[in-house]
Design a binder for this molecule. Sequence first.
Ligand SMILES: *Cc1c(COP(=O)(O)O)cnc(C)c1O
Length: 409
Amino acid sequence: MERTVLPEAGVPAEALDQELDSLRADDVHGHWARAGRGPPDVQRVAQAAYARFRDDNGIFSLRAPAMKRIEGAVTDMCLSLFHPPPDAGATFTTGGSDSNYSALHAMREWAREARPQAREPEVIAPHSAHPTMSKGCHYFGLKLVRTALGADRRAAPAAVRAAITPNTIGLVGSAPCWPFGLYDPIPALGEIAEEFQLWLHVDACVGGYFAPFAERLGVKLPPWDFRVPAVQSISADLHKWGYCPKPASTVLWRRDDYKRFHYVHPSDWPGGQYTTAGFAGSRPAGSIYAAYAVLRYLGWAGYLRLARQVLADKERLEQGISAIDGLVALRTDLLPVAFGAAPGVDLARVKGEMANLGWTLLSTADPPLINLPLDAAADERVLSTFLKELALSTQRARAAGTAREELRY
Ligand SMILES: *Cc1c(COP(=O)(O)O)cnc(C)c1O
């Protein structure tokens, strides 16, 4: 393959503009790959705030007074949604990965004090927990023990309990998990965490900024936040259903002083003390100010309105998918919308046919599912085109699937 070289003479801005524009997927078919945007008015507010502060560097968020105040206001507003005890705290991060790493890192540092006998520390997470748990444990020298799910595809407390060893330092539950949109039984995990004195982390990257509003609208969810006394940390992504521009996420701490397990304060170089809010060094300050703008623009009323819309769209999508011969919508607690194929239909082929029509779809392998991160930017054009082309793709996949089986036998 030929390598791209730095051009001798620069490319004119206009030509670049055209080239880059031609790379963009259209708004309808590229929709799912741009998940986490609000409707157009929210996007305008977010983009204006982001653009204004785009060139500032978030590395200074602990030092520059205005940025520190705004980041603090964001984390205060966020924390208030999770039923926090009075001395809880929060940290702004660059994404769910970063938030989960922050929690695993703090868990490890806490365990060095609280569980010194755990020489080769282990963390227990259900099979459905996000792969950032595996990545984080790898980075931090922790052993991740994944437990089998129950028949309901949620974490099975008995399996978690059976996996505990003298080296176990913490448990992880999802609220909800990405593949199935299901809440793990956080209260039951909490009882185990209390009994064995373990750190319990809840990965609410998907649900963190949707569930508080869905619950206010009457959606029944098992307790998943600081209402469960054993929960020590929660990760929640502002850049998913918080409708804030990436990169923006939060990790919430039961006690603000857990930040002593989070921060690292190196000063062993010529530049003196180097402390940052999280793992990232330089980062776009635009996302801090944009999160502030979006949270304040929407307020409770705005988030409730968008949650009501997404819940209605979810029902419409699930009914539309179930009405397609050969597809089965999964029953999820919240989000994402997930569906699989009936016998005789190869879901990978459905995905392939959709890709031929220009759709970028997310999926999980075990069992085969397509996951739709349905957000408040999904408008009538997206929903109706999606359902129409999904029906067509399923029909094509069904035909292809039979032909392939005939060939095989
Ligand atoms: C998206 C997600 C993450 C990772 O978040 P990024 O923002 O992509 O880094 C972690 N956990 C869950 C459950 C997620 O859905």
